[in-house]
Design a protein around this ligand. Structure first.
Ligand code: FE2
Length: 205
C-alpha cells in the first residue's frame, strides 16, 4: 500500500508565493488522487508493497506507449519530491553547491535563468529538473506529463512542477511569474544534501 506523505509544512506556509488554496488542491486533491489511483491499480500485484522507485523503474513504458501504473507512481513520486524542494524559510545555496552551479551554468543567476527558461518553455504539462549523476555534471532537463529522470544514472536534485494545477489559481496563465515566485521558496538545504550524498557516494566508490 502506497501512502500520501505528509506535507513538510502547513498549507499556508508558502504564502504569498503559493497560496493555501493552491496547496489545498495540489497536495490534498491532485497528489492524493495519484496515490489513491496507484493503490487501486496495483491492488493484489507485486507493485503493492515495493517502493515507488521500484514501481517506476519496472513499469516505465516504451516510447509511444502509456502505462497508468507508471503515470500514477511517477506522479506520486514527483509530487513528494517537489514538496521537499520547497520551504517557507528563505535561503541560498551552500558554498559547494553554488560553486558547482556556477561551474556548470556560469553563475547562480545564470542557472536560475536557464532553469526558468526551460520550465516556462515546456510545452503542456510536465516538470523541469536539475539533475546530476556519478559520471555526469549538473544538467537542466524537462520531462512531459508524469515522466521523471529516475531511470538510468540521473539523480534529481531539484524540480519544478509546471502542470497548470501548480500555478493556475495564483498566477492564471503566467507561468513565468510562478517561476519567479518558485525561486523565493527553494529548500537549498535539501538540494545541497542530495548533491552532497551523491558526491560522497561517488568518492567512496
Ligand atoms: Fe502537480
Amino acid at each position: 500500500m502506497h501512502t500520501l506523505p505528509e506535507l513538510p509544512y502547513p498549507l499556508d506556509a508558502l504564502e504569498p508565493h503559493i497560496s493555501r488554496e493552491t496547496l489545498d488542491y495540489h497536495y490534498g486533491k491532485h497528489h492524493r488522487a495519484y496515490v489513491n489511483k496507484l493503490n487501486e491499480l496495483v491492488k493484489g500485484t507485486d507493485y503493492e508493497n515495493v517502493s515507488l522507485e521500484e514501481v517506476i523503474r519496472a513499469t516505465r513504458p516504451a516510447p509511444g506507449h502509456s502505462s497508468p501504473v507508471y503515470n500514477n507512481a511517477a506522479q506520486a513520486w514527483n509530487h513528494a519530491f517537489y514538496w521537499q524542494c520547497l520551504t517557507p524559510q528563505q535561503g541560498s545555496p551552500q558554498a559547494g553547491l553554488q560553486r558547482a552551479l556556477s561551474a556548470a551554468f556560469g553563475s547562480l543567476d545564470d542557472f536560475q535563468q536557464q532553469f526558468s527558461r526551460a520550465a516556462v518553455g515546456t510545452f503542456g504539462s510536465g516538470w523541469a529538473w536539475l539533475v546530476t549523476g556519478k559520471d555526469r555534471g549538473l544538467e537542466i532537463i524537462t520531462t512531459g506529463n508524469a515522466d521523471n529522470p529516475l531511470a538510468g544514472d540521473r539523480v534529481p536534485l531539484l524540480t519544478c512542477d509546471v502542470w497548470e494545477h501548480a500555478y493556475y489559481i495564483d498566477y492564471r496563465n503566467a507561468r513565468a511569474e510562478y517561476l519567479d515566485a518558485f525561486w523565493k521558496i527553494i529548500n537549498w538545504d535539501f538540494v545541497a544534501e542530495r548533491y552532497g550524498q551523491l558526491h560522497e557516494s561517488s568518492n567512496a566508490a
